[in-house]
Ligand binder design. Structure first.
Ligand code: NAP
Ligand code: G4F
Length: 328
């Protein structure tokens, strides 16, 4: 039985990845941070077969303990402070977790492997936010990185540290440069879920409008379930490498709003949308669009859910969730 350790198991991707690995017959271990983290019970109820261990990416000794208990063949480092807007307000913490945390888990993994570095394979959750002020359209594995937030800078550190462990120690370490991926499990602070939830509540008469920031930014949005499959495929290759995972399509926040309101039967969406500078960022990433050719050719990976289907899935899920709340 292959054994896997997932950091960030309580997040969107961690849950999908744990389900995928379990369906493939893996023994799955998950790192959960904090004392009495309420998400511990949530994961245990959803995935009772997963073994949860407490630890924190900022605490190397906890990572060493967890690795020794889990004895993984594969380590997926998904844990991070992942909300870009929050990263300006908590830049030092973001650096500790999202940058230095990668070094901590890489080093703990190297020490766990001991004299046999081939004993374990490593995945790092890198991000299209690393492209920031984009220097090439579409973005590839070779595009110059120009991060525009403390989060983006931290991810660049983790990306290069992963490459360094591959090149310095021969570790099977892969960096997935994942573009935005969403699902009904997306945190409500991110724009897609903020929109899908608000649209559902507006359609049900529970809320009057939604207040957002920049509506012009464009993102390459895919479905999280597809993206965790790409992570797994990376670790099944003979060598570690870097891969862009994206749909190759981009859409603005305005288009997101238009489709989301249409799913709920509302055409005059502008009547329900307000803007407020408090949701604007000190520096914006205006346009992200990835070129997934390498992932397609080497991993045999293709996205299965398109933009409109994704938005429909999220709005319908929130309509069901909010209707249930109304009935209570
Ligand atoms: P998410 O839902 O925000 O999950 C982040 C996870 O990190 C949570 O489980 C969180 O635990 C955990 N975490 C936070 N601080 C930690 C710490 N100090 N020690 C250990 N764990 C900690 O993020 P996601 O959307 O699933 O994304 C997964 C990874 O992919 C992240 O690294 C993210 O930066 C990266 N990424 C995401 C996207 C995307 O579009 N979703 C794109 C590119 C890259 P709690 O639940 O306890 O807070
Ligand atoms: O949904 P977002 O907060 O995601 P963002 O900043 O693109 O980051 C996400 O994707 C990255 C991959 O590229 C991940 F690495 C990262 O961890 C995270 O998962 O914002 C998307 C866009 C931005 O341009 C933002 O300015 O939506 C714009 N936006 C406009 N109004 C808003 C809002 N974003 C949020 N969260 N809330 C708003 O009210």
């Amino acid at each position: 039985m292959t054994r896997a350790l997932i950091t960030g198991i309580t997040g969107q991707d961690g849950l999908y990845l744990a389900e995928l690995l379990h369906s493939k017959g893996y023994e799955v271990f998950g790192l959960v941070r904090g004392q009495n983290n309420p998400k511990f019970d949530m994961v245990q109820q959803l995935l009772p077969e997963v073994k949860l261990l407490t630890g924190d990416l900022t605490d190397v000794s906890s990572l060493t303990r967890v690795l020794n208990i889990a004895q993984p063949d594969e380590v997926y480092n998904l844990g991070a402070i992942s909300f870009v807007a929050y990263s300006w307000e908590n830049a030092s913490l973001t650096t500790d977790v999202t940058a230095k945390g990668v070094l901590n888990i890489l080093e703990a993994t190297r020490l766990y492997a001991g004299n046999d570095i081939s004993k374990v394979r490593f995945y790092q959750a890198s991000s299209s936010e690393m492209y920031g002020k984009v220097q090439q359209v579409p973005q590839t594995e070779e595009t110059l990185l120009w991060p525009r937030s403390p989060y983006g800078v931290a991810k660049v550190y983790g990306h290069y540290m992963t490459i360094n462990y591959r090149e310095s120690y021969g570790m099977h370490a892969s960096s997935g440069i994942l573009f935005n991926h969403e699902s009904p499990r997306r945190g409500p602070e991110f724009v897609t879920r903020k929109v899908s939830r608000a649209v559902a509540r507006i359609a049900l008469g529970m809320q009057d409008d939604i207040t957002l920031g920049n509506l012009d930014a464009k993102r390459d949005w895919g479905f999280a379930g597809d993206y965790v499959d790409a992570m797994w495929r990376m670790l099944q290759q003979p060598e570690g490498d870097d891969y862009v995972v994206a749909t190759g399509e981009t859409h603005s926040i305005e288009e997101l709003l238009q489709v989301a309101f249409r799913v709920a039967g509302i055409e005059n969406w502008r009547d329900y949308v307000k803007q407020d500078p408090r949701f604007m960022r000190p520096a914006e990433v205006d346009l992200l669009i990835g070129d997934p050719t390498k992932a397609q050719e080497k991993l045999g990976w293709t996205p299965t859910v398109g933009f409109e289907q994704l938005v429909e899935m999220m709005v319908n899920s929130d309509l069901a969730e909010q209707s249930a709340l109304l009935k209570k």
